[in-house]
Design a protein around this ligand. Structure first.
Ligand code: FES
Ligand code: FES
Length: 158
């Protein structure tokens, strides 16, 4: 194996591994770290299912190599759960508003939207639609997802 040592933080934990220089970050997260909440759909940067945060910004982990995450702070959907094991406000809002059916796309939506809500606790519908325009859902439709985002924003601002 053409091994390269990488050091990064994932969900607050320091990780040090030797990886193949061609290994995708999405595969590293799922297969080396067993964080299988990050889903892989298209593997071409189209569907958004693999969205994670790298240094605070949403990134498609299928378009990044694990070696490019060396020195970075990575957050996956597993980071959203509260310390007491309960869903956070955004996850709860998705559940309350039936914003998922099969759930395959959901981790990507949650990571995309959670970044939006860090900056803006009162996003308008157009802003929400623009934010999620790179995330594809094949079964729920988008209306309930938008409702969920609005509820989550309201919960945090109250
Ligand atoms: S799996 Fe990464 S964008 Fe679809
Ligand atoms: S809930 Fe099935 S693809 Fe979105």
């Amino acid at each position: 194996m053409d091994g390269v040592k990488i050091n990064l933080k994932v969900n607050g934990l320091a990780i040090s591994r030797e990886v193949d220089s061609r290994l995708l970050l999405s595969d590293f997260i799922r297969e080396s770290l067993f964080l299988t909440g990050t889903h892989i759909g298209c593997e071409h940067g189209v569907c958004g299912a693999c969205t994670i945060h790298v240094n605070g910004d949403p990134v498609r982990s299928c378009l990044m190599l694990a070696v490019q995450a060396d020195g970075c702070e990575v957050k996956t959907v597993e980071s959203l759960i509260q310390e007491n094991g309960k869903l956070n406000h955004l996850q709860q809002a998705f559940s309350d508003n039936h914003a998922l059916q099969c759930g395959f796309c959901t981790p990507g939506f949650l990571m995309t939207v959670s970044r939006l809500l860090e900056d803006n606790l009162n996003p308008g519908e157009e802003e929400i639609r623009k934010c999620i325009s790179g995330n594809l859902c094949r079964c729920t439709g988008y209306s309930n997802i938008i409702k969920a985002v609005k509820q989550a924003a309201q919960t945090v601002s109250n």
